[in-house]
Design a protein. Structure first.
Length: 265
């Protein structure tokens, strides 16, 4: 009979460098020699781990070497950004027709006349959302991001501002998993270096808090801010910011009411 998971011997699997629990799945992208249960355990162990964390051969790439390696890819992404409207329209047509390749056999002129004018914006918005979600899912991994797959999406006109439930962006999660090449492609595609999550944490702060020093250097090269700008309202954050402000006001009112009642007593 096959052993159930609770009776399996996990002692030989990767132990977490912080809590020592077996079966850790998150590897340090810098040295590739330490495993963790997740980001919180990695952050707690960093003060000790950084004393012996040396770049693995595959992770020792300098910014200059990365730029040289990705020069052609970055140029193609920048060209896609300049032509993003037509590329998104091609993706919308491909999705509607069920084509495997963006745009299928239709040329630009045929794509332009494919949808009725009133429906074009709807289908383009739908394609934009689908491409953006695909970029986020690809980047949101404990392991290094598949740069070839990310490049293919960005060359199709994908945006980089899709957010999850707590407003992490593709750039933010790449700061956590240490995918420097993917970060460079996202930046070429116009990723927002000031993007904040729901707690106001910026990509640079994530990079500085973790072990990925090259990520922080890359962000500083692109003038990324460290501290949150409370005036910043990114994609989809309008309602969240309004809810937080309303909750703060409600909390202040409740505290004020308690003070008044205690005085009357």
């Amino acid at each position: 009979m096959q052993a159930t998971q609770e009776h399996m011997d996990l002692s030989g699997l990767n132990p977490c460098g912080n809590c020592k629990q077996a079966g850790a799945v998150h590897i340090c992208a810098r040295c590739r020699g330490a495993w963790y249960c997740g980001r919180e355990c990695q952050k707690k162990a960093w003060k000790l781990h950084k004393q012996k964390c040396q770049p693995h051969a595959a992770a020792a790439e300098t910014l200059a070497a990365m730029e040289a390696r990705l020069a052609t890819a970055v140029a193609s992404v920048e060209a896609a950004v300049a032509n993003r409207g037509a590329l998104v329209l091609q993706a919308a047509v491909a999705a509607d027709r069920g084509d495997d390749a963006a745009g299928g056999a239709l040329d630009d002129a045929a794509c332009a006349s494919y949808f009725e004018e009133g429906a074009k914006a709807f289908y383009c918005d739908k394609a934009t959302a689908a491409l953006g979600e695909a970029v986020f899912k690809l980047c949101n991994t404990f392991n290094s991001v598949d740069e070839a797959a990310l490049l293919a999406l960005l060359q199709r006109g994908a945006h980089t501002d899709h957010r999850d439930a707590v407003f992490n962006s593709p750039l933010s999660v790449c700061c956590i998993n240490g995918s420097i090449g993917a970060m460079r492609l996202l930046l070429a595609a116009g990723a927002d270096v000031a993007a904040q999550d729901s707690d106001g944490i910026t990509p640079l702060r994530l990079a500085d808090d973790g072990p990925h020093t090259l990520a922080a250097r890359l962000l500083r090269k692109h003038k990324a801010p460290y501290f949150a700008d409370l005036r910043y309202v990114g994609p989809g954050m309008e309602s969240s910011r309004a809810d937080k402000e309303a909750a703060a006001v409600a909390g202040a009112d409740e505290e004020g009411g308690d003070e008044v009642s205690s005085e009357e007593d």
